[in-house]
Write a protein that binds this ligand. Structure first.
Ligand SMILES: Nc1ncnc2c1ncn2[C@@H]1O[C@H](COP(=O)(O)OP(=O)(O)OP(=O)(O)O)[C@@H](O)[C@H]1O
Ligand SMILES: [Mg+2]
Length: 257
């Protein structure tokens, strides 16, 4: 059997509270295969962001363990990049777009020329060639989130983790960004884990959807999205299989199934 990119094993997470503990995750287990796109869905407050924080090594599980390519996670894993919902807080307003993208490359020990090339390639990948000299606040919200994605892929990550990355943009931009992350996944073969509130988006993008439910949360179901790639906003969303899967996942998130 091949080693999964990420293995979440019987993970439990408790937060201390003034009058005891907040038992958030209870025995969550899931393996993410190399190159897969996996979405995590569940009701608000169920523990989705908590699970992502554990994956980034920013927090340590109370019980169980997380492995990245067979290695127990003890700090931020190598080759992992993160995109968060709020680009206004994750991009540095006093740095130009190209300097923002170059920031995580400082550890990569690239030459100046190689850094510049990497920044240009990353901007081209997200369709923002020519904007490097602008400041983030001179760009639209959708463009700023593209810059966040460019910055994430500039380090050529093998794992991309995103927490509601498209929640702050309009519907049309959201569709464009969804197709962008699918392209990025294809171009670089990145294993991608995304939290979203949008069940249609989860079905559209994913190989599998992990449904968290309950307090404390357990894995309620793992739904395989057996809709072929490449997917298209025009046809995939009208597919009867898409409607069936969306209804099924929606029912579980709302506690109706
Ligand atoms: N750093 C923290 N310290 C203490 N409690 C926390 C912390 N982060 C989250 N919690 C608690 O853990 C629970 C799950 O929160 P989390 O943010 O993981 O939920 P979520 O599924 O991401 O919710 P949403 O969909 O609203 O973003 C909540 O009860 C929250 O209060
Ligand atoms: Mg959250």
């Amino acid at each position: 059997m091949t080693t999964p990119a990420i293995s979440i094993r019987d993970v439990t997470m408790d937060y201390p509270t003034p009058d005891g503990v907040n038992h958030v995750l209870d025995g969550v287990s899931y393996d993410v295969a190399e190159g897969h796109f996996v979405s995590i869905v569940g009701p608000s407050g169920v523990g989705k962001t908590t699970l992502l924080r554990l994956l980034t090594g920013l927090a340590t599980p109370t019980g169980g363990e997380i492995q990245v390519r067979g290695q127990r996670l003890t700090s931020s894993p190598e080759g992992l990049a993160v995109v968060l919902q709020d680009y206004t807080r994750s991009l540095m307003p006093w740095l130009t777009v190209e300097k923002n993208i170059a920031l995580p490359l400082r550890n990569a020990k690239l030459s100046r020329t190689a850094t510049r090339e990497r920044v240009e390639e990353s901007l081209a990948e997200v369709g923002l060639t020519g904007t490097g000299r602008s400041y983030p606040w001179q760009l639209s919200g959708g463009m700023q989130q593209r810059v966040s994605i460019a910055r994430a892929i500039a380090v050529r990550p093998s794992i991309l983790v995103m927490d509601e990355p498209f929640a702050s943009v309009d519907a049309q931009t959201r569709f464009d960004l969804e197709d962008l992350v699918l392209k990025v996944r294809d171009d670089f073969g990145i294993t991608t884990l995304m939290v979203t509130h949008d069940i249609d988006e989860a079905v559209y993008l994913s190989d599998e959807i992990v449904v968290l439910y309950g307090k404390p949360a357990v894995v309620r179901d793992i739904v395989k999205i057996d809709i072929p790639f490449p997917r298209s906003q025009m046809t995939t969303r009208n597919d009867h299989r898409f409607a069936d899967l969306r209804t099924h996942v929606y029912g579980m998130v709302r506690g109706l199934e």
